[in-house]
Write a protein that binds this ligand. Structure first.
Ligand code: SF4
Length: 240
């Protein structure tokens, strides 16, 4: 056998095992997972700045493929000038674009937001509706945005699965699923009732700051003893 041949075979075997091995947690480890995140941050919330349901809807609409920090900078300019459907509609496309031009896809987002404002005024008395069907009928509002608004503005126990939660659900074994809807359905099924309302924010924040996409920081993770990820890095890299 050539030098390194056995190592190469073992590495290939490990990779194959990783592919076919599906992480999964049990009821007790899931409970512990949430309880630890809850202990760390008892009142989690969105990092988007808002003070009304309409401001939250606007911020979430602007946040697709953009950072919360970038959205907050734009809405800090926009909201003091226009923070109601009527006021934003009065800005028009060019006027609205001038406030949000630092955000990716701002032209199409401005178009969607203006159309959303028109519908809110014509069909909902200028208010953000509290039901999923009406929310998802608004331009640019998909299931994820509707879930964020329902949960964060109206206290409905929904879980909006974004890229962080999708990764975390699969990586840790908390809620494996082949697509975001499968992960959402699994989370709704297995999340203990007492954690359901805040689960969305705990998971997003954990994915954003600790269980990062490329280099999860397992060595400082409060759930590393119950997480089912196979490649946990429990020793910090040099200099950390
Ligand atoms: S131990 Fe690592 S993989 Fe598991 S949740 Fe924590 S950071 Fe993520």
């Amino acid at each position: 056998m050539p030098a390194g041949g056995l190592d190469a075979i073992l590495a290939a075997f490990a990779r194959a095992a990783q592919i076919i091995w599906l992480p999964t947690m049990n009821k007790q480890t899931r409970y512990t997972f949430y309880a630890r995140l809850a202990e760390l941050d008892p009142n989690p919330t969105t990092e988007l700045n808002y003070s009304t349901p309409f401001e939250l809807l606007t911020a979430v609409l602007l946040s697709a493929q953009a950072t919360d920090v970038g959205v907050n900078k734009a809405t800090a300019r926009l909201f003091p000038v226009a923070n109601t459907p009527a006021a934003i509609l009065a800005l028009g496309q060019d006027g609205l674009e001038s406030y949000i031009a630092t955000i990716g896809l701002y032209r199409s987002k401005a178009k969607h937001l203006l159309e959303t404002c028109r519908i809110l005024i014509e069909q909902h008395g200028g208010e953000v509706p509290r039901d999923r069907e009406s929310l998802e009928a608004l331009p640019g509002v998909g299931r994820k945005t509707a879930n964020v608004v329902l949960n964060t503005a109206f206290g409905v126990p929904t879980i909006a699965v974004d890229t962080h939660i999708f990764r975390l659900g699969n990586r840790t074994g908390l809620a494996p699923g082949k697509d975001v809807r499968a992960v959402e359905d699994k989370l709704l099924k297995v999340t203990p009732a007492e954690f359901m309302l805040n689960a969305h924010h705990w998971l997003i924040l954990h994915g954003r700051y600790v269980c990062k996409a490329r280099k999860p920081e397992c060595w400082r993770c409060v759930v590393n003893d119950v997480c089912d990820y196979r490649s946990k890095q429990l020793t910090p890299p040099p200099g950390r």
